[in-house]
Design a protein around this ligand. Sequence first.
Ligand code: 4AD
Ligand code: MG
Length: 433
Amino acid sequence: MLLTTIEDVGRYQGQQVTIRGWLYNLRESGKLLFPIFRDGTGLIQGVVSQKEHPAVFETVRELTQESSVVVTGIVRADARAPGGYELALTGIEVIQRVPENDPFPIQRKEHGVDFLLSHRHLWLRTPRQTAILRIRAEAIRAARNFMDSQGYILTDSPIFTPAACEGTTTLFEVDYFEDEKAYLTQSGQLYVEATAAALGKVYCFGPTFRAEKSKTRRHLTEFWMLEPEAAFARLDDMMELGEQLVSHIVQSVLAHRRRELDTLKRDTARLEAVRPPFPRITYDEAIAILQKHGNPTRWGEDFGGDEETILSSQFDRPVIIHRYPAAIKAFYMQPDPQRPELALGFDMLAPEGYGEIIGGGERISDYDLLLRRLRENNLPEEAFRWYLDLRRYGSVPHAGFGLGLERTVAWICGTEHIREVIPFPRMLYRIYP
Ligand code: 4AD
Ligand code: MG
């Protein structure tokens, strides 16, 4: 028995192979049956005639959608077949037949999104969803490879934390033994600042949590973030690293996941353009662009989805906006020495209205200033004592950023909503399955 996968059948033209998978579809045409099988690596059409293989024919005829099978057949090149090959069946073993009185809930027709989300565990099997998950995996592989190749050491940050990083309003609180409270991390940043002082260049990559009551196509309550941090690095270094990282991810997906992008009908010409350098504008320039487009945002205000869409639509690749007013950014941002009312931070906005994919910048390295900011923000000094220590023992200028994985993958895939690009999305009012 020559066991293979659908993705690899091309290597076995004219030979008899065995594939393990599920029935995706079944078409009957006279005395011929055309079952389509899927195995996670692709789809292949089988063909079986009643005359040549009556027993196989009868078994296939009784198959229901998503029944699990082991099929054997001869591989034939066929330009009309999806994938370019057809399997002339010679044998079939049914592992589990889905009964017709309890059919697979997701049919090949349009379903409402609530229904699909409630059946996410099954929805994942459809070609569009498997294409997205393969692209997500490639994006992760590319991102890690890139960071490793640049000499960044992976140091993962904890998920249980004693305090807030990105503001106290979006914390998930959990009971942590006896009377103690812990919070699910909003960002691994504070901890990579510590490991950067130990190792120089580091990153973490893991799940982060935001109790945001936002019901938009860009928000999850649990999402993955890749966060580089480097000792002695400055704002400019991080803007450059960010554009290289994003370009590398996009170009790797184009190189290795073409077929999946085709499945999604993604306009790849727009992705081809994603190469450094990316346009860079200041917050002041961004405000001027918004005002020119009749947007009412005034200096000092933060950007929302509408503003981000106007700004990103001016460019053919991601745009970097730097030097925001310090008042609208996190407590840890280093002020611009030229204009202390500005923070040495940046955001990167994806094209096509996908919003902010990166946020980051330079961190405050001065002990007294950081302590003042903690107090101004009413943050608990006790919980941040270790973080202040980093400014007591060999403090150096340092910088980093966080790349939101799902926002990035949603943009690359061109999905309408971010919820499709994570296996099991966690959102406001949705935690099942
Ligand atoms: O801009 P944010 O809040 O930055 C930080 O957390 C920094 N501490 C990161 C750092 O400097 N190490 O979040 C970073 C990115 C955003 O640009 C966005 O892509 C993503 O995380 N993000 C979300 N993605 C999905 N759902 C949400 N609710 C998100 N909130 C932020
Ligand atoms: Mg941000």
